[in-house]
Design a protein around this ligand. Structure first.
Ligand code: SF4
Ligand code: SF4
Length: 413
């Protein structure tokens, strides 16, 4: 695609990056075929090719309108289009640049601005989120069904965190929403890793990784969260943590890109790049320990043989981190029977705060996803991201869990 970027951005790092991304796009439209919003709305401007064109116009000097903002807001940032694109167009990075420009030039109404600000403040603050969730859970029995569905019942308490200290150490991100919504997920990861001879270490000051804030287009605030997280992790990294483990793929996809986000911050660029190099989804860690894991679970495999599981692969895992098929292979090797999930590449509609900000589109995607997941008659749905887990659980009677919890039970003996 030919480009002619306007002088206000042409020579900036964002302009140069956007230009090189745009030049790769040949406007073939293959990406539209796998875009969830294009499938639902059938509008070229609600598909990746149209959004790329909108962003190109802004970069070339056109003024964005509220309509431009709406088409970009409706994008889930699921990045299915990246997986499909034969030319390697990094749509997600281009969308970040385009959204930031639109946010600066198109004012949102006071109510919408306040709402987005409140969402950012609450979800990214783990203790505030946890307190408000508890209040909601207390009021849950009195709420109308539609609202009740949005507030998950209190989760089971976390199982004990192992106390053994091994020579091998890895850091884990506690995150903001996950400790309240599914407190056992990280404990399960710590227990499985402990059996593999690895101590999982928490850094309580790390807080939110910045993903939620970034996706709400508060990019500067998100960068501050990233710097704070790096500061909390840095002493552990210097003392030899061999990896930073992500148990929520929505966080993982962001933390893996710290090096990119902070590349132009002289004080943090090198540290952020180190964090990027160390960050791994929990599936990457477990798959690398395959032989030890098999020895651990072999004697228990009869427990799962024939158990029918539907795996929901989050977009952040399969499209964002490009880790498609790893968890599915692991579960199959362990003896689970994975049911077929039609259109497994499509987003479930959770997408950070999308389910709150775009409720109708999100609900339609959720309905389609639940139908696909339930179509093979599984007994449980396993997934890899807390946002998807909570969103799916609100619409199905089947249990929805992180797969590491299943593995914890399987390897516990
Ligand atoms: S992003 Fe990729 S798939 Fe989509 S129009 Fe451009 S080149 Fe084609
Ligand atoms: S990120 Fe997802 S919703 Fe957005 S344009 Fe790409 S495929 Fe469509």
């Amino acid at each position: 695609m030919q480009t002619n970027l306007a002088s206000f951005i042409k020579d900036t790092p964002e302009g140069k990056e956007a230009d090189s991304i745009l030049r790769k796009c040949v406007h073939c439209g293959f990406c539209n075929a796998t875009c969830p919003t294009y499938q639902l709305l059938g509008d070229e401007l609600d598909g990746p090719r149209g959004r790329i064109y909108l962003i190109k116009q802004i970069l070339e000097g056109s003024s964005p309108s509220a309509k431009t903002q709406l088409h970009l807001d409706r994008c889930l940032t699921c990045r299915a289009c990246e997986t499909t694109c034969p030319s390697g167009v990094q749509y997600g990075r281009l969308a970040d640049i385009g959204r930031n420009l639109v946010e600066q030039r198109v004012a949102r109404g006071p109510v919408e601005s306040a709402w987005r600000g409140a969402l950012s403040a609450v979800i990214s603050n783990g203790s505030l989120f946890g307190s408000l969730l508890k209040l909601g859970q207390l009021a849950r029995p009195l709420l109308p069904p539609a609202l009740k569905r949005k507030i998950p019942p209190a989760a089971a308490a976390a199982k004990p965190w192992p106390t053994a200290v091994h020579a091998r150490k890895m850091l884990v991100l506690d995150g903001c929403a996950q400790p309240s919504l599914s407190p056992n997920t990280n404990a399960a990861a710590a227990r499985v890793l402990d059996r593999l001879g690895i101590t999982l270490v928490r850094a309580p000051d790390a807080g939110c990784c910045g993903a939620v804030t970034f996706h709400l287009n508060r990019q500067e605030a998100a960068l501050d969260s990233m710097r704070r997280t790096i500061d909390a992790w840095w002493p552990h990294i210097e003392s030899g943590a061999e990896a930073i483990v992500m148990t929520a793929s929505g966080c993982g996809v962001t933390v893996k890109e710290y090096g990119h986000y902070l590349a132009h911050d002289p004080a943090y660029a090198a540290k952020a790049q180190r964090v990027t190099e160390l960050t791994k989804d929990i599936s990457e860690i477990i798959l690398a320990e395959g032989a030890k894991l098999r020895a651990l679970v072999t004697r228990h495999s009869s427990h799962v043989t024939g158990q029918r599981i539907a795996f929901h692969s989050p977009c952040s895992l399969q499209h964002g981190m490009k880790l498609k098929g790893g968890v599915e292979k692991l579960l199959t090797d362990l003896g689970y029977e994975l049911t077929s999930v039609p259109d497994a590449h499509l987003c479930c509609g959770s997408a950070g705060t999308y389910s709150i900000l775009q409720p109708e589109l999100s609900r339609r995607l959720q309905e389609n996803k639940i139908a696909a997941l339930e179509s093979g008659a599984p007994t449980t749905i396993l997934t890899a991201n807390i946002g998807c887990q909570a969103h799916l659980q609100s619409a199905t009677a089947l249990p929805v869990r992180h797969w590491i919890e299943a593995l914890d039970e399987l390897s516990a003996g």
